[in-house]
Design a protein around this ligand. Structure first.
Ligand SMILES: Cc1cc2nc3c(=O)[nH]c(=O)nc-3n(C[C@H](O)[C@H](O)[C@H](O)COP(=O)(O)OP(=O)(O)OC[C@H]3O[C@@H](n4cnc5c(N)ncnc54)[C@H](O)[C@@H]3O)c2cc1C
Length: 302
């Protein structure tokens, strides 16, 4: 019968390379000084979806919300075996926090109505691990976090979850959204033949930028016509990356971008954990109460 899957992937700065000029004086990351990569656990999410398709049939659609440069990871996804990819890009989505990001992704996933949604557990830049759970809630899918192993039988999913100090096996009825751990699998490399094919895949925004560079003296109308011509040629070869904006997704703009983002960053701090900062609380109601009390007291939560 096959399962249709959507994989949510994010392009992130390679935070392993954060040194000197990659950090600004205010402690924020200078994204321009860092290479952009496929969020590592999103590769595990993609691999999990590809294995489902390879074993049971169906399709794998990969979506990302970001700037047109995020097409690099969509090409990578095609080269690793994804069936379809889509870029969600729109100036009105800028300044989206996790709530707005998950809302916009939810609008896209609802249109696709997949059986399964795969997210990485966490992005290495924003690091909140909120988008997967928020997305599951918005689309009304059962949420299974920290997925390490997945078995499907009919409309039932059996999942082994990594819960830190052990594993837990759960069952759920589809549709389900999984957040996938890096320990779940080893992502397959890109296939040479697919690299040769999909290295030429482009979204309309990338084509428009290339046309601008190639025809600096052309009028806007001439550029638009040339962009359309090139996009049609790519589409005929199956190499036009689908590009969606907030109107295509029928998104309510009050939930998108800055307007839909209640998060306010008050302070950015570099925290170095030392051995002395490690504390253990007893695994009892009283211990949990004490832990929460201390976290509220030092404003970590609350
Ligand atoms: C162009 C742009 C502008 C931004 N501007 C702001 C800003 O002004 N203020 C602000 O607070 N934040 C901003 N952000 C950051 C934004 O809040 C986070 O990128 C986003 O909410 C994800 O949060 P996270 O990194 O903690 O992901 P996590 O919740 O840790 O990610 C978990 C998983 O969710 C999925 N996922 C996360 N993000 C995406 C995505 N974009 N597309 C597809 N799947 C995704 C992936 O599977 C990922 O592994 C901006 C991001 C972008 C791309």
């Amino acid at each position: 019968m096959g399962y249709n899957s959507v994989v949510c992937v994010k392009q992130v700065p390679d935070t392993k390379k954060v040194t000197g000029q990659a950090m600004r004086e205010d402690g924020t990351v200078n994204r321009a000084a860092l290479p952009a990569i496929f969020n590592p656990e999103d590769l595990n999410a993609l691999e999990a979806a590809l294995r489902v398709r390879d074993e049971h049939g169906g399709t794998v659609t990969v979506i990302t919300m970001g700037l047109p440069s995020a097409c690099d990871i969509l090409r990578d996804a095609l080269e690793r075996g994804a069936d379809r990819v889509a870029l969600i890009t729109d100036r009105r989505a800028a300044a989206s926090d996790t709530l707005a990001t998950s809302y916009i992704l939810a609008c896209a996933v609802r249109q696709l109505q997949p059986d399964l949604v795969f997210c990485g557990r966490q992005a290495i830049d924003g690091d909140t691990a909120q988008v997967g759970p928020q997305l599951a809630e918005k689309i009304g899918y059962t949420l299974m976090t920290y997925m390490e192993e997945l078995q499907l039988e009919g409309r039932a999913a059996r999942v082994k979850r990594n819960i830190g100090n052990g594993t837990e096996t759960c069952r759920a009825q589809l549709p389900v959204l999984f957040t996938v751990m890096e320990t779940a699998n080893t992502p397959r490399p890109a296939a040479a033949k697919k690299v040769m094919k999909f290295k030429k895949a482009r979204a309309a925004a990338e084509v428009a930028k290339a046309v601008e560079g190639a025809l600096p003296a052309a009028s806007p109308e001439e550029r638009a016509a040339e962009t359309r011509r090139r996009c049609d040629a790519l589409a005929a070869q199956g190499l036009l990356i689908q590009q969606l904006n907030l109107d295509d997704l029928k998104a309510d703009l009050s939930w998108c971008g800055g307007a839909g983002s209640p998060t306010r960053v008050h302070r950015i701090q570099s925290i170095v954990l030392t051995g002395g900062a490690y504390r253990e609380f007893p695994p009892s109601d009283a211990g949990v109460g004490q832990l929460i009390g201390e976290l509220i007291e030092d404003h970590t939560i609350g």
